[in-house]
Design a protein around this ligand. Sequence first.
Ligand code: CS2
Ligand code: MN
Length: 356
Amino acid sequence: MKMTFRWYGADYDPIPLQYIKQIPGTSGIMGAMDWIPAGEVWSEDEIAPYIKQVNEAGLECEVIESVNVHEDIKLGRPTRDRYIENYCASLENLAKHGIKVVIYNFMPVFDWLRTELYHENPDGSTCLYYDDAVLQGMTPQDIVAKTADESAGFMLPGWEPERLAQLDEFMDAYQGMSPDELRDNYRYFLEGIIPTCEKVGIRMAVHPDDPAWPLFGIPRICNSRDDLDKIVSMVDSPANALCVCSGSLGSNPANDVPAIYREFGERGRVAAAHVRNVRYLGEKHFQEAAHLSSDGSLDMHAIMKAIHDYCPDVYVRPDHGRMIWGETGRAGYPLYDRALGIAYLNGLWEAIDKQA
Ligand code: CS2
Ligand code: MN
């Protein structure tokens, strides 16, 4: 298991690489270059200096998050072939610089979505928060405006300006699309990129829907055990793998998260894991909790034991954190609470490993 930390690049992340290096038991980062618009080729001119900077800080960068899939691929438009070609070129460039896993998602339009970015807790910390009852009273344009207003100027995954500029057009284009139609477009994408992945030695790791259900009446196809089974069956290759995110799948209590790690770990299809806790507050109503099991609703020991026993060679990261100790920054991506999360997850791992 390699413990990692998401980093947005020197120009976009207030957290210096040196601070990440100072977190005990952290091997490297899961990189992100959210300034590259979906559909464009990730050039070596962008990739090389980024990796060099990370390595000079004494950290590895073997995983990249969010080589975002252009909406035309998800919509199955004729332009998808050009964007798939570009995606393959990006994979070839990333592999030249040591990338082994690419985490991505196939969520229409939005990446993760919350109704509050800095929800105040009684102890004075803040967290990401979701209440479907609030969302029901909002349009997509409302939630985009609210998120932009609350985001303290930080760009959030999936909320890139060029994607949101086409929000109305995309929302219209998805109306009436069935989950199986979206799956057909997904299969076409995977069939287009997996041969390149096998050639260059990259594993794709699809990230689940967050939250784990459709939004605004447009389909989502990656939010249950059965969805994941359909996805890994689309193209039978170890390169067609998963990023099992405990907090995303865990937002729906019907998902048995440890069982999902066990099943797909045993099948050799877990390449990465985001391990965080959530606290259920009711039907489609949750907040993000500290990583400690007792602070939320998930059994973090069972999750880490499932990873240890069934997919021990994955890249792990603590995913999100609360804002504590007065920290300000990109909602969901603080230094302190993600560092506390790493310390806790590494502690669980050591105990599980020594008891094995
Ligand atoms: C991640 C997602 O940081 C996060 O919240 O779970 O943004 C994930 O990186 C993307 O969905 C992958 O493309
Ligand atoms: Mn995640």
